[in-house]
Design a protein around this ligand. Structure first.
Ligand code: ADP
Length: 392
């Protein structure tokens, strides 16, 4: 269901970049060395591959996330056994052919196909796989944690989000509105970094809402192979039902659905009418306690609420179990730093979204995960460190 445009401009370029980035970054790490002159000792650290790395990835950015794990793992000298999502096996299988063509020796990148409970869990429980890098749901991560505990495995868990956008009165709306549309609805809202709670300061609330809804209505939903389409289909029938149910629940709680699901009609080309499509949906007048403001929906649904003060919005933005990413919109440089420091999440984008420097850590706090990945963090995760002392 992913649009061809998203695959061409985001997924695939990033796959290529993941390999290039880690192939060069591995050349530049340094280990540590200290000297204890009084006892005539020099200490230094050395790093070695962990052996076999277990990699488990989800369906939403199938190769983007899989290669984000494979590239650093093999750059550090490991072999990998990777289990892509059973919903997106074909892209991983196609990538295997490319790896072979590129000359990756047999046995270095091993991909197993199958469902999580069988193929994924076999990897998690295998005594010879000392590390597991997982991206997926918080619930599955709990099971992975339990199942791997008897083996003392090192885990990197990159999980869900309920990411806020905080928009202050002095935000540049000409930048903020198109970016917040993207951050809410890109890839059908099926990205863990997508915005799903938009806090707008009272002075600009009505104007923001009017313009945001008007722009959301302009998003083109339809045939994913059409390069002019902004939004394709959701991953499955079951997932579409789950996302639609959230909108239903919001309505039942008294929230107002301003556009999209149940408000506007979706016209699809004849060949796509049985697909799992839904329109970008904006919900307002929803309480912070509502399931739509607390739970990860992972679809094209975003809630817009009003706030008054900086103090208040920080507290409300932090008032969920997740802590992955946030965006802050303001032209007051002091304020963006202040707010960024106090948000409980692993990534804060101010006046932008999804701009990534792979050198720096990626990952979440609270129920959004454990551990970070990125140039240095992945190097540390995929290697075993040893301290060596030399007396002279
Ligand atoms: P999503 O709901 O986004 O599909 P999941 O956490 O179910 O998230 O899936 C992410 C990845 O985890 C998939 O590759 C899936 O097959 C795998 N997976 C699911 N259950 C398990 C499990 N019990 N052990 C290991 N991997 C699993």
């Amino acid at each position: 269901g992913k649009t061809i445009t998203f695959a061409r401009t985001i997924d695939i370029p990033r796959v290529v970049y993941n390999f290039r980035f880690f192939a060069s970054s591995i050349l530049h790490h340094v280990t540590e060395c200290t000297e204890m002159a009084t006892v005539g000792c020099v200490h230094y650290t050395s790093r070695a591959p962990v052996g076999v790395a277990g990699l488990i990835s989800p369906w939403n950015l199938p190769l983007y996330l899989l290669t984000w794990k494979i590239a650093p793992a093999i750059a550090c000298g490991n072999t990998v056994v990777a289990k892509p999502s059973e919903m997106t096996s074909v892209t991983a299988w196609m990538m295997c052919k490319l790896l072979e063509k590129a000359g990756v020796p047999h046995g270095v990148v091993n991909i197993v196909f199958g469902v999580g409970a069988k193929a994924g869990e076999a990897l998690v429980c295998h005594p010879d796989v000392p590390v597991i890098s997982f991206t997926g749901s918080t619930l599955t991560a709990q099971r992975i944690t339990e199942k791997s505990a008897p083996h003392y495995k090192r885990l990197s868990l990159e999980l869900g989000g309920k990411n806020p956008a905080i928009i202050f009165d002095d935000a540049d709306l000409s930048q903020c509105i198109p970016t917040t549309l993207r951050s809410s609805f890109a890839n059908q809202g099926e990205i863990c970094l997508c915005t799903s709670r938009i806090f707008v300061q009272r002075g600009i609330y009505s104007e923001f809402l009017k313009r945001f809804v008007a722009e959301a209505r302009k998003w083109k939903t339809g045939n994913p192979s059409d390069p002019t389409v902004d939004m394709g289909a959701l991953i499955s029938k079951g997932h579409l039902e789950k996302v639609r149910n959230y909108v239903k629940k919001a309505r039942a709680e008294g929230a107002r659905v301003l556009c999209g699901e149940g408000v506007d009609s979706l016209s699809l080309p004849p060949g796509n009418q049985k697909g799992y499509f839904m329109l970008p949906t904006v919900i307002a007048e929803v309480t912070d306690e509502s399931c739509c403001m607390q739970e990860e929906i992972f679809g094209p649904v975003t809630c817009v609420v009003v706030f008054d003060t900086e103090e208040e919005v920080i507290k409300r933005a932090n008032g969920v179990k997740y802590g992955l990413a946030a965006t802050v919109w303001s032209s007051n440089v002091g304020r963006v730093h202040r707010v960024a420091h106090r948000l409980q999440c692993g990534l804060v984008w101010t006046n932008c979204w999804l701009v990534r420097d792979l050198n720096l850590p990626f990952g979440g706090m609270k129920a959004s995960g454990i551990g970070r990945e990125g140039a240095k963090d992945s190097y540390e995760f995929f290697t075993e460190v040893k301290t060596i002392t030399i007396k002279h």
